[in-house]
Design a protein around this ligand. Structure first.
Ligand code: F6R
Ligand code: MG
Ligand code: MG
Length: 374
């Protein structure tokens, strides 16, 4: 058994919340080099916006204390670099004082997938910045349940049986597995509300193997206040009875709307970009997604290929810019701004208190007329 773990954190932004400083990447890469052949079979460092991700291949299970502790150690070192350079929000996602057991509830996000390596194992790692874990719901549904996206659901016998979607309720801390296509409409009722319901895993019914895994940590639910957007990651295995690479990428040809962007409090389009363009700028956005493809072979990560570095996604980028113009013109109004109960920053509680005495009952129509006659 092999495990692919992506563990990521924002440990400081350069400049503001737009990117990771190259010195932080160097420190993380040399830590990975030191662990290769020991704790790790192989590993690489990736970034998206102000998030630094460790892509690690190892022979330990998911949630392994040593792998999680290693990541925590690396993030402590990158935080030290960020502190020395005065980068923005140094150590932002390290919510605990010290590591204990595993990373659950400690701030960093992680997606982990255990598998038996196939003779050829194409895998795509996705990294997003300025959005939340539920942002993967729409593309995962399209890849694994929508025949208008994935031709294989109709014409590949191994995909035709369908997939199981494991969904987490992040508010209640519980999970439920939906059997698709039979329970497709039930599934959509939940995952269409991505702030609360998040697809955590997708499993092939015919292969009985995990095909996709996502990070599901929501920082604000852990910390009880806004500390930064969760900026999720996802792993998707491809081909031979699973969606083809092109079917996995296809949902991103549409710049769909996600929550995130400025102050974690606005809807904006998700823009698929090459790694070199994954630096949110305008209105701290638009939110970005990067796709790095690997062939996992003999315990090695052969790659990456930067899969959105492709003119086939130019139209999605133009669409994202057009949508960004459309949303921006709403200024502080919904649907650009998130509904009140999902705002990550809010002055509402203080305003309600300050204005409490000035609210008057709305007069009944007859009383209203009396006022007008006066
Ligand atoms: C979005 C994000 C940024 C910040 C914004 C204000 O996820 O992190 O949009 O919310 O730049 O940051 P502060 O409050 O730190 O000045
Ligand atoms: Mg940040
Ligand atoms: Mg970020």
């Amino acid at each position: 058994m092999t495990t692919l773990s992506i563990i990521k954190a924002d440990t400081g932004g350069f400049v503001g919340h737009s990117a990771v400083h190259p010195e932080m990447v160097e420190v993380a890469a040399s830590a990975i080099d030191g662990a290769r052949g020991d704790l790790l079979l192989d590993g690489q460092v990736a970034t998206c916006g102000d998030d630094l991700a460790l892509v690690m291949l190892h022979a330990r299970p998911a949630d392994d204390p040593a792998v999680h502790e290693f990541a925590w150690e690396v993030f402590t070192q990158t935080t030290a670099v960020a502190t020395r350079l005065g980068l923005y929000g140094a150590g932002q996602d390290l919510l605990s004082e010290a590591f204990s057991g595993n990373l659950r509830g400690m701030g960093p996000g992680y997606a982990e997938l255990e598998f038996e390596e196939r003779p050829s194992e194409p895998v795509i790692c996705f990294f997003a910045d300025k959005t939340e874990p539920g942002a993967w719901n729409l593309p995962l549904f399209k890849m694994f349940a929508d025949p208008f996206n994935s031709a294989g659901l109709v014409i590949d016998a191994k995909m035709h049986e369908g997939f199981l979607f494991e969904v987490y309720d992040l508010y209640e801390d519980k999970r439920l597995t939906f059997d698709c296509p039979a329970e497709m409409y039930d599934l959509l009722m939940f995952i269409g509300a991505p702030a609360r319901y998040v697809v955590h895993r997708v499993i092939s019914k015919s292969l009985r193997e995990t095909a996709a895994a996502t990070s599901t940590q929501r920082l604000s639910l852990i910390a009880g206040k806004y500390v930064g957007k969760d900026d999720p990651v996802m792993i998707v295995r491809c081909q031979s009875g699973l969606p083809a690479v092109g079917e996995v990428l296809e949902p991103f040809a549409f710049a769909y709307g996600v929550a995130g962007c400025m102050r974690g409090s606005h809807h904006a389009p998700l823009m698929p970009v090459a790694a070199s363009d994954a630096h949110p700028s305008r209105f701290d956005g638009p939110p970005r997604v990067v796709a790095l493809g690997y062939q996992v072979h003999g315990g090695r990560l052969v790659g990456p290929r930067d899969l959105f570095d492709d003119p086939a996604f130019d139209r999605a980028r133009v669409q994202a810019n057009d949508m960004m113009d459309w949303f921006r013109r709403h200024g502080p109004f919904e649907p650009h701004r998130l509904p009140l109960d999902e705002l990550e920053y809010t002055t509402m509680a203080a305003l309600e208190k300050r204005l409490a005495d000035r609210w008057q009952p709305i007069l009944s129509p007859t009383a209203d007329q009396r006022v007008m006659r006066r």
